[in-house]
Ligand binder design. Sequence first.
Ligand code: SAH
Length: 225
Amino acid sequence: MVVGGVGERDGFGGYRSQLVGELSAKGIKDLAVLRAISQVPRHIFVPEAVRHRAYEDSALPIGGGQTISQPWVHARSLELARLTGRERVLEVGTGSGYQTALLSLCADQVFSIERLPALAQQARDVLALLGTRNTSIMLGDGTLGWRPYSPYDAIIVSAASPEVPQPLVEQLAPGGRLIVPLGDRDQQVLAVCTKGPDGHVSCQTVSDVRFVPLIGQFGFPGEAG
Ligand code: SAH
């Protein structure tokens, strides 16, 4: 199952094909994204108790009060990032690491930040099991970005933010795309923001979404821990 063809012969290929069919029926067109979804074994990124639901198009609990996003949300975010395979990408909110794995197939280098130690470690372990070599996961506050590797051609924020965190604007390359759910803690719109040559970002909203909150200096204030 592991290394090389990612999850190609693990016995779940049929379920993944079904999911790919469902996502294309829901309007996902980017073939590289659909191919990544057909290859990455989502079931190994979710807890045993919900493994039987891994190929449903729904969000699932992953522990620590967090969720793995609905596959359609990942697919749409990746599509909006318009990746060609040559990009350096920053992901904020690693969570399960599933989107990190998708990104590893759609971009050149992936830097991902998670604030919860248990999730960061679990994601590292699963990605290592898959033989993924172009991803790095850092424990920390992703609203601050990961400056040493910036600028990024694309930034995908996987948690809901009250506004676009300024450090991420600074770390986006000119012409780069930043995908972020903007709103309050309960509901958001998925926004795609582009950085112009003057350094300003302009955002367009794409669809209503619901993410867990982005907790950090440029996000929502957190409870202790
Ligand atoms: N794409 C991930 C989404 C996980 S949910 C997946 O599908 O598995 C969002 C994640 O963002 C959670 O794991 C949460 O702990 C994390 N998060 C929230 N605020 C953060 C911050 N400031 N920096 C890094 N990670 C953060």
